[in-house]
Ligand binder design. Structure first.
Ligand code: CMP
Length: 229
């Protein structure tokens, strides 16, 4: 990417959108570009944290993997989201594994530059804290789901969360476009793939949602909310 393109991109990143062109140029000068093919591991949980990442295009899933290879998805990150901040801030190893869900372009900032950036720009630190709070609230909700909700309730909540994050209103429906497999959706909901499929089909047959390829349509949001128990 040319420096001017990079500055234009940075302007649109919520973390930096309060900065002037001069500041943005300084940040552009400390960024490197890294590309990850679909399915590539960006880093593993327990790796040493060396860089901060911002997604330019594509999608990244943040996962924890059990000893038996079972994957639990903690978060799905898209264009302009950041990740990799925790280990840079607390000096511990990576808290989770990051995997490219699609071909993904990122820009990275080294640990030393990241620390310098936060020291000189308190507003960036505040914005990072704001995002960390949002992610913590979501993680708390996930714990609540796993501890207290039925499989049906967990699937309903995952669909409603996806709708909040990326749903598009169309003809009285909320359409969620996604690139996830059934197994990946099950990994977010904390169910088996078979259970997820059974619940989705049940919602589909009861006209609460409509399932399509790479698409879930919410037909009746109120009834979907009522499935959370
Ligand atoms: P770090 O610990 O350096 O490496 C793993 C990254 O995953 C972490 O920084 C965060 O950026 C991100 N991450 C960890 N937990 C979550 C979560 N629950 N939701 C979204 N992102 C997360």
């Amino acid at each position: 990417m040319k420096i001017t393109q990079l500055i234009d991109f940075l302007k649109d990143v919520p973390l930096f959108n309060h900065l002037n062109n001069n500041d943005l140029e300084q940040i552009a000068n400390i960024c490197s570009e890294r590309f990850f093919e679909k399915g590539k591991i960006i880093f593993y949980e327990e790796d040493l944290g060396t860089s901060f990442y911002i997604i330019v295009s594509g999608q990244v899933k943040i996962v924890m993997v059990s000893n038996e290879g079972k994957e639990h998805i903690l978060g799905l990150l898209k264009e302009r989201d950041f990740f990799g901040e925790i280990s840079l801030l607390d000096g511990e190893p990576r808290s989770a594994t990051a995997i490219a869900l699609e071909d993904t372009e990122t820009i990275t900032i080294t640990r030393d530059d990241f620390t310098r950036l936060l020291r000189s720009n308190p507003d960036i630190s505040l914005k990072i804290m704001f995002t960390l709070c949002k992610r913590l609230r979501k993680a708390d909700k996930q714990v609540e789901s796993l501890a207290f909700l039925s499989a049906q309730g967990r699937v309903a909540r995952v669909i409603l969360d996806l709708a909040d994050e990326r749903g598009e209103e169309k003809d009285n429906k909320i359409v969620i476009y996604h690139r996830m497999t059934r197994q990946e959706l099950a990994n977010i909901a904390g169910t088996s793939r078979e259970t997820l499929t059974r619940v989705l089909m049940d919602f589909n047959d009861n006209k609460i949602i409509n399932i399509g390829k790479n698409r879930i349509e919410i037909l009746d949001k109120k009834r979907l909310k009522e499935q959370i128990f």
